[in-house]
Write a protein that binds this ligand. Structure first.
Ligand code: GDP
Length: 350
């Protein structure tokens, strides 16, 4: 029986080895983006950012903004499949005495991870004292209304055909699909077959260092979303750097699987990055040899989170990252991933 036992172990070893090989092949062939392609996309994004800066600076000099900057997975080699999007961060300046940040759990909605931004002192500093008063809805700063201000500027008053022809690109405001939350984005065709989406992301930073982004809650458009993105990204990169680990490779493979498989698209970078961070708390070995085991564990962990209807944010466990998905979406995601557990390679056949 010890013989059959070792035979089984050998077979398991072979299976693992082959999943391991498949994962690395998939990573090199489908997931990873060449440095040249990343460079070209970053270059186009930078050109667009410069145009927007100059335009806003001359046309709306009183708009209370800090310098806009580019950000996202494209800048940390965490983007997958194709270099097709970047975020343009637009930091608003809010007067300290006129605005306060109210955490979602202290509101009637009881939603950790989302915040209201309330206008204060209206009796002494009436509406109009702050540039951003034009975006008040019911006494609160509305991310939707902030996005609309930019939309008017960017799609209404900038001459993109002319700007594009000078830069050698085709630029057009991208129309969000009706299934998407409100977004503002420019589509930049910078090469006959390459397109880049530059997404506007208004940003607020509180005195206590809480970052909020203007990507409203799916149903409650007045709520600002707390961003853990910088801290999460830094943590992943640091952990990998310290032990020469494969967390980012594992994350990128999972991102590519979700990007290429329509049944899994509701799982986004934040869900996956946090699942990897949570797994990193219990698993120490992230050497390259452990990739297949960690990947399989990641899928199993995701099935568990989906079954529980709860995926805590690794940096603030009271935030449930699944809170915007419908029970039906959660069921379907859980089912698809559960079915893949017996044959994880099936996820790579896209
Ligand atoms: P990817 O877009 O799937 O490759 O993954 P990213 O890591 O670039 O995630 C980008 C998403 O995170 C965007 O949809 C943003 O809305 C959201 N996000 C939240 N906070 C931030 C932030 O501070 N910077 C950026 N770039 N994105 C953020």
């Amino acid at each position: 029986s010890s013989r059959s036992c070792s035979k089984a172990a050998l077979q398991r070893g072979r299976m693992r080895l082959s999943l391991q090989e498949h994962l690395w092949a998939f990573y090199h062939e489908r997931v990873n983006i060449s440095p040249e392609e990343q460079q070209a996309a970053r270059h186009a994004a930078l050109d667009i950012c410069a145009e927007l800066r100059a335009f806003i600076h001359t046309k709306v000099p009183d708009m209370q903004l800090r310098d806009m900057y580019l950000s996202g997975s494209l800048y940390h080699d965490l983007q997958v499949v194709s270099a097709d999007h970047a975020q343009l961060m637009v930091p608003l300046i809010l007067e300290k005495s006129l605005w306060s940040f109210i955490p979602g759990e202290e509101t009637i909605m009881n939603l950790p991870g989302f915040w209201l931004v309330r206008r204060e002192n209206l009796e002494y500093f009436p509406r109009g004292c702050s540039f951003w008063d034009r975006c008040l809805i019911g006494g609160y700063l509305s991310p939707k209304s902030v996005l609309e201000v930019f939309e008017k500027l960017v799609t209404g008053s900038m001459n993109w055909p002319a700007i594009g022809s000078v830069l050698g690109y085709v630029v057009r405001p991208a129309v969000p699909s009706h299934t998407e939350a409100l977004t503002l984005s420019l589509e930049v065709q910078y090469d006959s077959e390459r397109r880049l989406h530059v997404d506007f992301l208004p940003l607020l930073v509180s005195e206590d260092g809480v970052s909020l982004i203007g990507k409203p809650h799916r149903e409650r458009e007045n709520l600002w979303r707390q961003s853990f993105w910088s801290a999460e990204t830094t943590k992943l990169l640091t952990l990998d750097r310290d032990d020469n680990g494969c967390r980012c490779v594992c994350l990128k493979i999972a991102k590519a699987v979700c990007k290429l498989n329509p049944a899994l698209t509701p799982l986004n970078a934040s869900h996956l990055a946090n699942a990897v961070l949570l797994l990193s708390e219990s698993e120490r070995d992230w050497s390259r040899e452990a990739l297949a085991e960690r990947f399989t564990q990641l899928i199993r962990a995701l099935v568990g989170h989906l079954e529980a209807g709860r995926l805590p944010c690794a940096l603030d466990p009271k935030v449930n990252l699944l809170c915007e998905l419908t029970p039906r979406e959660i069921d379907e995601l859980g089912y698809t991933l559960y079915c893949s557990l017996s044959d994880p390679e099936s996820l790579l056949r896209t």
